[in-house]
Design a protein around this ligand. Sequence first.
Ligand SMILES: [Zn+2]
Length: 350
Amino acid sequence: MTGLPPTPTDYLISVLVDLLNTPSPTGFAQRAIDLTQAALQPFTGLKLSQTRKGALVAEWPGVRSDAPRALTAHVDTLGAMVKEVKTNGRLRLSKIGGYAWNTVEGEGCSVFTRGGETQRGALLLTKASVHVFGKQVRELGREDENMEVRLDARTTSAEETRALGIQVGDFVAFDPRVEINNGFVRSRHLDDKACVACLLAAVKALCDAGLQPAQKTYLHISNYEEVGHGAAAGIPAEATELVVVDMAAVGEGQTSDEFHASLCVKDSGGPYHHGLSQRLRDLAEAHAIPYRVDIYPEYGSDGEAFWRAGGDVAVALIGPGVDASHNYERTHLEALLATVQWIVAYVVGE
Ligand SMILES: [Zn+2]
């Protein structure tokens, strides 16, 4: 990577771990929004505000302002809500976002009560013990009605569970289980906290180097992406371009991997803006940023949310390769550093 200010790697990792450990299922992302706002506060050149919908917007003055730009990444994550307090005292859940129950089976979770308390528990199959249910443990469909939260509290009835303060509609967050080994970051919800951390690291890299964006630049931290309408609101109307920073889908048949940043040229919502995508490729090549070009067949982004809402901007999508997305995810520092450098190159580029 050449010709760009160095990436503050320790800062990137520490802000990422803080974000990952801050529960923020869609609809309950305020803590992660506030954490991001607090992290941006020291960069006094940025003007910070929250939209009525709860997204964070940072306005970053540029050398010019005749063609303002925007970047977005989301802090909301997959999660669940309490759908029913069952007669056995356990909880039936309703999913938030698109994932399969088997990806969180056996995972620890937190239930956030209306009274502001947190109750701990784990998501299990309703027939969980192999010593009791034998082959049913293997064969039972991972459907809503076959999954339940076992609370770490003495309860065997709906009344006892309600007495803990738990109600229908309480948010549930699954444990991220963050680990960093040999440069690999393994955690739930790297989608898309990895990219929020990359945006923050890019801001710090530029501010530390005393550099300013080429154009007035808006950062939009979305809080409703996982349900499909995050950036439908909150991107300022004067923005001419929107670069979405979101994870790249890694797997069989994909070019993306955990050591590159990817440019997504097409996903389930169709092609992204060709001209802006070409410019991002040119920037990556000019700065020797390790990148791939890919198509994500089962994927949608906040860029499309803005387009569908009528946003008249060029939209492109970049981000680090994330293995096992919407599952127990993993990426590598190399992909994160490539993403930060790409953001920096775009922000300072003409
Ligand atoms: Zn995402």
